[in-house]
Design a protein around this ligand. Sequence first.
Ligand SMILES: Cc1cc2nc3c(=O)[nH]c(=O)nc-3n(C[C@H](O)[C@H](O)[C@H](O)COP(=O)(O)OP(=O)(O)OC[C@H]3O[C@@H](n4cnc5c(N)ncnc54)[C@H](O)[C@@H]3O)c2cc1C
Length: 476
Amino acid sequence: MAQPSILWLRQDLRLADHAALTAAAAAGPVILVYVLDDETPGNWCMGAASRWWLHKSLESLGRRVPLVLRRGRADVVLSELLGQSGATSLHFTRDYAPWSAGLERRVKDACDAAGVACHRYGGYLLHEPEAIRNGLGEVYKVYTPFSKACFAAGEPRSPRPVPNFKTSNHALGSDELASWDLLPRRPNWAKGFEAYWQPGEEGARSRLAAFIASGLADYADARDRPDRDVTSRLSAHLHFGEISPAQCWHAVRAAQSAANGRLDRAAEKFLKEILWREFSYHLLHLRPDLPEQPFRPEFSAFPWQVNEADLVLWQRGRTGYPIVDAGMRELWSSGIMHNRVRMIVASFLIKDLLIPWQAGERWFWDTLVDADIASNAASWQWVAGCGADAAPYFRIFNPVLQGEKFDPLGAYVRKWVPELARLPDPFVHRPWEAPTPVLQAAGVELGRNYPHPLVDHGVARDRALAAFKAIKGAAE
Ligand SMILES: Cc1cc2nc3c(=O)[nH]c(=O)nc-3n(C[C@H](O)[C@H](O)[C@H](O)COP(=O)(O)OP(=O)(O)OC[C@H]3O[C@@H](n4cnc5c(N)ncnc54)[C@H](O)[C@@H]3O)c2cc1C
């Protein structure tokens, strides 16, 4: 009987297109290990919504293959398991979080000390950060040339099938998943999540198929519309590695070629979004402090105003701006928020309320099921204007006009802010302008069952521009 190999599962909770599993399987029986490590990431250990997802995803994978679950510092736990299992090799997928390089080095050292071969594979990204570089050999800091370089690098490799493999029946013992307390206790704030999500590889695969069948055709034209269900909703599946970006890429390419040109624009747009994920990771690789520090250092001097009470109203969806409140309530109820609305709520927090972007990033970290160290940080910095290739700070979203443009009939607001559901279309994004009889007929009493606007957007905009001026000299 061949000696077993350990497959250290991380953000690659799938069996298909899994280079590390394929290699481990070729070497003999495989012990699949997942370590819940809250210590190594420090301040960035998984948020509450991610923990809910992780529980469900491990549950789903555990129904298909036996998993060894352990809790503790991953390098320490793996080192123990090497001794207990007699494994002769350890395989894992590379991760790019700021703490991962050090962790991976320590795991390699533990393997070396035990005389065990240690193998690291790609797969979480389409292109390793070392592989896409500009003419100076540096990481791209601007998205458009970055995406062009990715397209020029050629099509990503084809996804691998699930390998034939035997799991080792080595009696290592495993924690009970339930003992990790990943699910909320009382109150169960995640009870609505079940209706939206099927975590796990099968859920990811059916989500991708559903998107290709019914969302992709409209993706290029309607992806900015939160009232339409056309985006893929694959972000959490991609984050946990239940599906690989290469699988998404090739499935969309296959649909494109079957459609004889009809899906060309849509496919191009979708693949470019996948490359935004990629871009975020390359930036994080360049700047591991991206989750905490502005990419543009002059923003360190920005005169933020930390106001806890305003932050709480924003978190609870009680700002008095319907599109902002709808987004924040969608997030709380479902663990997700439409991309356009993420931009609107982020702009409102940063520019209308002058609250530091890191406070919003933290809230998203705890509440999003797709909370991702790279995409979250890069996107918050993008909206704040302090990122590598960011929207200029002075481009300040008007939440009323944004609402009217992207949710023209107010369907999204009506869904998530039911107290405004009966307002006529012209007022659904600006209830404070509705005449009293209109408000009365719709059952809306401002200040009682729906708040007055927390700030006057025009005044807030001027205040934000004045604050920006304070650092503008340094920015030029
Ligand atoms: C303030 C803010 C915070 C964000 N935080 C996160 C986060 O924590 N995790 C996360 O995955 N995305 C984040 N995004 C990006 C984006 O909003 C989500 O990826 C997208 O809404 C997920 O929905 P979808 O899967 O239907 O996307 P689709 O439109 O179907 O896009 C397909 C895939 O492309 C990737 N993608 C799309 N847009 C972006 C983007 N702007 N940046 C990086 N990747 C992108 C995602 O993996 C997504 O699943 C954030 C955006 C903003 C403005």
